[in-house]
Write a protein that binds this ligand. Sequence first.
Ligand code: GUN
Length: 282
Amino acid sequence: MATVLDGKAVSERRLELVRDTVDESGLHPRLATVLVGDDPGSALYVRMKHRACERVHIGSINVTLAGDATTAQVAETVQRLNEDPEINGILVQLPLPPGVDQEAVIGAVSPVKDVDGFHPCNLGRLFSGRPRFSPCTPAGIMTLLAEYGIDPTGRHAVVIGRSIDVGRPMAALLLNADATVTVCHSRTRDLAAVTREADLLVAAVGRPRFVTAGMVREGAVVIDVGTNRVDGRLVGDVDFEAVRERAGAITPVPGGVGPMTIATLMENTFAAARRQVCGPAP
Ligand code: GUN
């Protein structure tokens, strides 16, 4: 039976650490979120981020734009926040409505305030092995692995998914941590044959219970990034009950990766504020 990797408990400890670090720093970090439209799921995630800010003594503001806002209007809002010296971190909640050019908006965020780490400049740094801000979900997963003493060095890590917020940066972080990395996606042939070779399997597919026990090697570490709503319940990309019988370690949904994402956002926001006030770390 697998060890359950308790992201909730680890994130609580990390949040306490951020709060103490903020208090001792004398800095007053502030995060701005931008929410476009009225998707209830996105609104809930934004509220959770603001609640986390309060807990760690980081200030926060939210700017809400109507669902029919143009790319130019969203980019102007971002530009105003770029120029506001009181704001250290900017997060544009994704996905944006279909009429808004997501790439243009992400590109409009100042790279030094890009606490999501999605700007091509920050993704490029990450892929070149010199990260500044790493996207919060994969960075949070690396923290969770470290907290449980799971070292990716030399292990075969298989990532299912190639998005810019999870799959691609996850692959880069694991590569930077000396894993041997395979990235799978919807066009991969015989996916199960590849995933069965994984010592460490990260599922970021967006399909409920997609990863079955037959796709997992005995003793593997299985990380579930899925947040699928099924009959009003949150369900991961991994068939948890079956896979936990086979895996060595596994993250639950909820209570695994999700809380680590928010804790990492707080760490990135503090790091952004420190960098803006004190300059880049040597
Ligand atoms: N939507 C789902 N996950 C994320 C995230 O990590 N950042 C942003 N900005 N939007 C998201």
